[in-house]
Design a protein around this ligand. Structure first.
Ligand SMILES: [Zn+2]
Length: 119
């Protein structure tokens, strides 16, 4: 048994990123080029869901780190998606976290917009 032990992989829903946000990032930066503006499979999605999957590395039952971390995204309409590279995930994660804060009412619309511009 390796350090990662026998834990089953956990999946964390990081948040959602809207297709127009992906378009904007694609225009400004040389990342996210592999991700189609709309779902390649159904072309019906308004956003993509971003996920992180990992196995907890425990010492004496206490989770201390993540092992075998995998990032991926999927279309909420048809579940089409694929694994993300770490830099792709980082950009999407930032957007997803800003979107979540805004949806939960933790930041104002102007904070939301300036946070997005700062990515
Ligand atoms: Zn789809």
């Amino acid at each position: 048994m390796g350090l990662c032990g026998k834990d089953v992989a956990r999946t964390r829903h990081v948040g959602q990123v809207y297709v127009d946000q992906i378009n904007r990032i694609k225009k400004e930066k040389q990342i996210l080029e592999r991700i189609a503006s709309k779902c390649e499979n159904c072309n019906r999605n308004e956003y993509y869901s971003i996920y992180e999957s990992f196995r907890p590395f425990r010492i004496i039952g206490i989770p201390l780190a993540q092992c075998d971390t995998v990032y991926y995204f999927s279309c909420p309409e048809c579940n089409f998606g694929f694994k993300l590279e770490a830099d792709e995930f980082k950009a999407l994660e930032k957007m997803a976290l800003i979107n979540s804060k805004y949806l939960e009412g933790k930041i104002s619309k102007s904070e939301f917009e300036s946070n997005l511009r700062a990515i």
